[in-house]
Design a protein around this ligand. Structure first.
Ligand SMILES: Nc1ncnc2c1ncn2[C@@H]1O[C@H](COP(=O)(O)OP(=O)(O)OP(=O)(O)O)[C@@H](O)[C@H]1O
Ligand SMILES: Cc1ncsc1CCO
Ligand SMILES: [Mg+2]
Length: 245
């Protein structure tokens, strides 16, 4: 269940990576459909009062699930929605630094530099907040940025792949959270590894895509092509993941 802006890029990124996406958000379909999913993705980017019950039902269906708290500090309603979803035990939460800082401080007003769906902080600024949030929620917290940080509250992994121009394509963050969900479906017992690998692989696809891109629109196309064409040799030789502690 993802936002209206991200549906296309998220579904195409998942297909290119070998997953099988389906976007449904009708509450009456959730009980039939969700048990058949290997993992569930909930993204609040275009939240509405109608969608929140569907999100809560899908997150409660007993499948491993992943939360993208897009613009968590946009409003009281959105912050409360994110906090109520966090209580439903996501395996992973992936946000940009501003989103993770806002969630960790649990207040829509706390983020004075908040401007919307884009981050106004570097990922490193949110590392301590991510660790605290991981400890208080039991979720793996991933903060995207120049270096993506992934933590379970004890261990911290850094994923260094990616290109800055990815920030100029809307919903690349939403797409990488979708990819994390697919990786969690494959590796449900190690969400830290799943999230770190998905972020590194998506960043690597961005690096390879950048070799042919002329700007954000062509990078979007080449990134999806690169994701589709990745092979094991390229992944193992170019992925940059390090354990920080
Ligand atoms: N400065 C950067 N250098 C390299 N890669 C980056 C940089 N900033 C972001 N990325 C990568 O871009 C992708 C999207 O991350 P970003 O932090 O922009 O997400 P976001 O703000 O949630 O995006 P959106 O809300 O548009 O979906 C991630 O794969 C991340 O690793
Ligand atoms: C631009 C935008 N607005 C709500 S969700 C979204 C996609 C990036 O998060
Ligand atoms: Mg985002």
């Amino acid at each position: 269940i993802t936002n209206l802006v991200s549906m296309d890029i998220a579904a195409n990124a998942l297909l290119a990576a070998g997953a099988s996406p389906a976007m449904l958000h009708c509450l009456r379909e959730v009980p039939d459909f969700t048990p058949r999913c290997d993992a569930v993705y909930v993204n609040v980017g275009t939240l509405s009062e109608d969608w929140l019950p569907s999100m809560r039902a899908a997150a409660s269906a007993g499948r491993p699930w992943v939360l993208d708290p897009v613009a968590a500090a946009a409003s009281e309603f959105r912050m409360e929605a994110c906090l109520s979803l966090l209580a439903l035990r996501p395996a992973v939460v992936r946000g940009n630094a501003s989103e993770i800082l806002a969630l960790a401080s649990r207040s829509a007003a706390a983020s004075s530099t908040f401007k919307g769906v884009d981050s106004s902080h570097d990922s490193g600024d949110a590392l301590q907040a991510a660790k605290a949030l991981a400890q208080s929620t039991g979720a793996v917290i991933a903060v995207s940025g120049a270096v993506d940080y992934i933590t379970d509250g004890e261990q911290v992994a850094g994923a260094g792949n990616g290109v800055a121009l990815m920030q100029k394509i809307t919903a690349t963050g939403c797409a990488v959270t979708a990819l994390i969900t697919a990786f969690v479906a494959v590796e449900p017992s190690d969400a830290l590894v799943a999230a770190a690998c998905a972020l590194a692989v998506f960043g690597l696809a961005g690096e390879i895509g950048m070799e042919s891109a002329k700007g954000p629109a062509s990078l979007r196309m080449h990134l999806i092509d690169a994701l589709y064409c990745l092979d094991e040799q390229t992944v193992t030789s170019r992925v940059k993941i390090s354990l920080q502690s």
